[in-house]
Design a binder for this molecule. Structure first.
Ligand code: SF4
Ligand code: SF4
Ligand code: SF4
Ligand code: SF4
Length: 287
């Protein structure tokens, strides 16, 4: 599992402007046995030429990792750390990718303005993702792929299908393996979540509280979750936020007759494709 303290030290180094303190021990690349879990679990690994955390680890092992060889797909990374959290050998592909981007910033290959715009694009992604998923449940779904700017500004779309779901009250148990009843509402999970840009858009704590209280969240943004596990990693109470979100999704799924998971999966993939193409356009100076 990723060392959360180490990650926080890295992030504090980034914000204080010092060199990204990535060491071999941080990345543990030599422990990689090429299982490919990191790449297959990466939400923006969209096929040939796209982001490929396993390839980044291979390049590091060969001593060939640099910005040119890594390619521009490192800028598609959402910093969700799912690759690192799921690696069976505690390799940390995310830290390699983050340090490369930091190097590019330090060397002036990416301007401060472009850097800020990339952060803004990530925030827009959260808004577009939740609104698209709300529309996935309606016939208007296709509208969104042509109108990124508009949907990035919209508040979260209500989803009549989701809101009409009446979930049966759940049993509340202190011994539940997801530990939701142990939550202290400290908000560390929210701080660690890559999608929690504003709590109004997406907040793991909101879903955890809904689950603990036996309520239905009634928000399509539930389906935005990347299942990265960073919320669970950050929780001092061992609340398994990502499993809570998964359990809520499974509850909602049982209320739909259509092949719901397929539609959600396809929609999410299309949003990530548009996001990656906008990042590329930004780096080309055409956005
Ligand atoms: S998940 Fe870990 S061991 Fe598997 S390919 Fe990725 S870095 Fe290597
Ligand atoms: S941090 Fe997330 S988006 Fe970035 S490479 Fe890892 S899994 Fe992919
Ligand atoms: S980090 Fe854990 S204890 Fe804190 S709010 Fe989140 S679930 Fe609750
Ligand atoms: S809720 Fe948890 S699993 Fe889902 S995106 Fe946020 S940190 Fe990742």
């Amino acid at each position: 599992m990723i060392n959360v303290k180490g990650v926080m030290e890295q992030e504090s180094a980034i914000s204080s402007g010092t060199r990204f303190p990535m060491t071999d021990e941080d990345a543990r690349s030599t422990c990689c046995y090429s299982c490919g879990i990191c790449t297959s679990s990466c939400p923006v690994a969209l096929g040939p030429g796209g982001l490929d955390p396993r390839r980044i680890v291979h390049l590091a092992n060969l001593g060939n990792l640099d910005l040119d060889r890594a390619g521009r797909s490192i800028w598609h990374c959402l910093d969700c750390r799912r690759c690192s959290n799921l690696c069976p050998n505690s390799v940390n592909p995310w830290s390699l990718i983050a340090s490369l981007r930091w190097e590019a910033r330090q060397e002036g290959r990416v301007s401060g303005e472009t850097w800020d715009r990339l952060q803004q694009l990530k925030q827009e992604l959260v808004a577009v993702l939740s609104n698209t998923l709300a529309l996935t449940l309606s016939p208007r779904c296709d509208e969104i792929f042509q109108e990124w700017d508009r949907w990035a500004r919209e508040p979260e779309m209500p989803s009549s299908s989701v809101n009409s779901i009446k979930v049966q009250p759940r049993k509340r148990s202190l011994s539940h393996p997801m530990n939701q009843a142990l939550c202290l509402t400290c908000r560390e999970c929210s701080s660690a979540c890559p999608l929690c840009v504003t709590t109004a858009r997406f907040d793991p704590l909101y879903f955890i509280r809904c689950y603990a209280l036996g309520l239905s969240p009634g928000r399509a943004s539930l389906w935005s979750c990347l299942q990265c596990g960073s919320c669970s990693q950050a929780c001092s109470q061992s609340v398994q936020g990502h499993l809570v979100v998964k359990a809520l999704q499974e509850e909602q799924e049982t209320y739909f007759r259509i092949p719901f998971q397929d539609r959600i999966h396809t929609t999410r993939e299309r949003v990530f494709q548009v996001y990656a193409s906008r990042v590329d356009a930004l780096l080309d100076g055409t956005l």
